[in-house]
Design a protein around this ligand. Structure first.
Ligand SMILES: NC(=O)c1ccc[n+]([C@@H]2O[C@H](COP(=O)([O-])OP(=O)(O)OC[C@H]3O[C@@H](n4cnc5c(N)ncnc54)[C@H](OP(=O)(O)O)[C@@H]3O)[C@@H](O)[C@H]2O)c1
Length: 246
């Protein structure tokens, strides 16, 4: 992978390139892949058909740098989501950075319509967390607590800001990587909770009227471009967002 910005370099190591100066500071990074015409799903309604090797390498590096991977229940239902299993070399670098175990997967859900018999729960070395609100179904909450962990934030709706504070204070998850999807992204962006957007632009035109990176984003946001890498025609863009909502 080569880097074009902020400095030109023929070869960069994604773990080093994306590693924050303080890897344990509170940070929320959003990572998505989109086609050149802005589609975030392929024709099967998943993201798998969009990303190439460069996207996969960065995806793994970003997970290795995170304490927790936050994901919307819609994405878990649409994709085959499993627990974080870093490859050996990345696990060693993660360990050297003070992270002895894989990242916890944190599923945001109000309905609690999640398959607790799936490997995401049954095969997780670090228990999978479900972030929900007090109004969610108590029986489903109890069932989830038998196989994973539950963080309750908000009464009638999930309070994402309080949920992130809960993850930080109760589970020690400071550096959080959000992997979508568009509904969760929009809520996080609207709440001003995103520090950085990592966006892979795949060299494809997908057409159609499928979802974009953030559903229902109002008002629009400006982004500061801070880094650009490239591999096999894929652009790996990195944008900074300010925490304050304008
Ligand atoms: N290109 C990419 O990089 C990428 C990445 C991720 C996903 N995707 C694609 O995006 C699609 C899924 O997107 P999506 O927008 O439908 O799903 P999503 O954002 O992953 O999940 C939506 C669900 O998450 C829960 N949720 C999200 N925000 C919430 C909030 N603020 N409060 C309470 N619950 C909240 C709700 O779950 P409950 O319904 O359980 O209450 C909601 O129905 C899939 O096709 C997937 O392949 C693409």
């Amino acid at each position: 992978m080569r880097q074009l910005l902020p400095r030109a370099s023929d070869r960069v190591d994604p773990y080093d390139a994306y590693r924050p100066d303080d890897p344990h500071a509170p940070f929320l990074r959003l990572n998505m892949v989109a086609s050149a015409d802005g589609a975030v799903t392929d024709r099967r309604g998943r993201s798998g058909g969009l990303g190439g090797d460069g996207d996969r390498v960065v995806f793994r590096a970003l997970r290795a740098l995170a304490d927790a991977v936050l994901v919307g229940a819609g994405t878990v239902r649409a994709e085959r989501y499993g627990p974080h299993r870093p490859p050996e070399a990345l696990a060693a670098r993660r360990f050297a950075d003070g992270r002895a175990r894989p990242a916890a997967i944190v599923v945001v859900s109000q309905s609690l319509d999640v398959d607790i018999g799936a490997p995401l729960f049954t095969e997780a070395e670090v228990p999978t967390v479900v972030l929900t609100c007090a109004a969610s179904d108590p029986d489903r909450r109890a069932a989830i607590e038998r196989v994973g962990r539950l963080v309750v934030a908000g009464d009638a709706r999930v309070d994402l800001a309080a949920g992130l504070t809960g993850l930080r204070e109760r589970l020690g998850c400071a550096h959080v990587l959000c992997e979508g999807g568009p509904t969760l992204n929009a809520a996080l962006l609207a709440a001003g909770l995103v520090d950085e957007l990592c966006l892979t632009v795949a060299p494809q035109l997908m057409g159609g009227s499928g979802p974009r990176l953030a559903a229902d984003l109002e008002p629009s946001r400006d982004l500061d471009l801070i880094a650009v890498c490239e591999q096999d025609g894929e652009l790996l863009l990195r944008y900074r967002l300010t925490r304050e909502w304008p």
